[in-house]
Design a protein around this ligand. Structure first.
Ligand SMILES: [Zn+2]
Length: 318
């Protein structure tokens, strides 16, 4: 088994990241496999070396270890270009110069029928540039979803999820890809790639067998499985874990400094305290060989709901 944790160095790691990283690490450990780290720093306007350093430090402190060298997406732009060139040669990409407001206006237009539809990337693209043959050098590249599906022909797309909540095989229908995902951007004009393309190329390059990540990415997995089929890459198993929420039930965000691992460290909590805050058992050890293969399936088991006062110690502790 090969798992990974793939943070973006755009802010501090919080409890939600710790949960994901520890779970991926423990799953690999329990299976005698390998846990890898990947730094997703393609957004050069937001990635910062200081956050990357903090991520390494926090993960080490949590007791996680991984082999070197760490993969950095900023060093892999040639690989992303090669994947795009392959899709381009298959005739599946087209240039798009639409701004967000153009897409909103087109999606709102009455002749588009059922009104705006939201997919994993926000508004489903209404297809304005699909037949326009734009030649602007700084255009975004979109996937022509209908062409992509006809390229795949009768192939059925599906993936297996191993998490308690989403356990089983999930089929992906052409209808949902066309109407609920649509012509997604595969290369943003500002970075020459996209989250979807990079993550698919990198998971294959790192030989990932099990992708462990939050269930907020469940819908995006349809896109990733499609890209794997188009690029002739293997589809790993997925494990879409529950999200760690604050005491109000809101999922934690990068800007949520109150839940930053660094802050808990400064308050004197131990790595074991962090594990118990997010509802994970003690590390895998000879005494406890199968540790965290199971995660709580019931939302009410999250410490945020059960013991709100203990779940997030306030700075009054100090
Ligand atoms: Zn466009």
């Amino acid at each position: 088994m090969r798992t990974r944790f793939a943070p973006s160095p755009t802010g501090p790691l919080h409890l939600g990241h710790a949960y994901c990283a520890i779970l991926a690490h423990d799953m690999a450990q329990a299976a005698g496999g390998t846990f890898l780290l990947r730094i997703e720093d393609i957004d050069r306007t937001r990635a910062r070396p200081k956050w990357e350093a903090q991520i390494f430090d926090d993960l080490h402190w949590l007791g996680l270890r991984w082999p070197d060298p760490v993969m950095r997406q900023s060093a892999r732009l040639d690989d992303y270009s090669a994947a795009l060139a392959k899709l381009q040669a298959m005739g599946l990409l087209y240039r798009c110069t639409c701004k967000r407001r153009d897409i909103e206006a087109a999606a709102d237009a009455p002749q588009e029928g059922s009104g705006p539809v939201f997919g994993p990337d926000g508004l489903v693209y209404p297809g304005t540039c699909r037949s326009l043959d734009r030649d602007d050098a700084d255009a975004a590249l979109r996937l022509n979803m209908e062409k992509a599906l006809s390229f795949l022909g009768e192939a059925t797309l599906s993936f297996e999820d191993t998490s308690p909540r989403h356990a089983g095989r999930h089929e992906i229908t052409p209808d949902e890809l066309i109407h609920r995902v649509g012509d997604i951007v595969l290369a943003r004009r500002d970075m020459g790639t996209s989250y979807h393309l990079s993550v698919v190329v990198d998971d294959a390059a790192q030989g990932m067998t099990d992708v462990v990540r939050g269930e907020d990415l469940f819908e995006a997995t349809r896109i990733h499985v499609l890209l794997q089929a188009l690029l002739d890459l293997p589809t790993p198993r997925y494990h879409h874990h529950r999200l760690i929420r604050d005491e109000n039930g809101k999922r934690l965000a990068k800007r949520d400094d109150a839940r930053a691992i660094a802050k808990y460290r400064a308050e004197g909590l131990s790595p074991a305290d962090i594990r118990s805050l997010v509802g994970l058992p003690a590390p895998v050890s000879p005494d406890n060989p199968t540790a965290s293969e199971q995660e709580p399936t019931d939302r009410s088991q999250t410490p945020t709901r059960r013991k709100p006062d203990q779940a997030f110690p306030r700075s009054s502790r100090t």
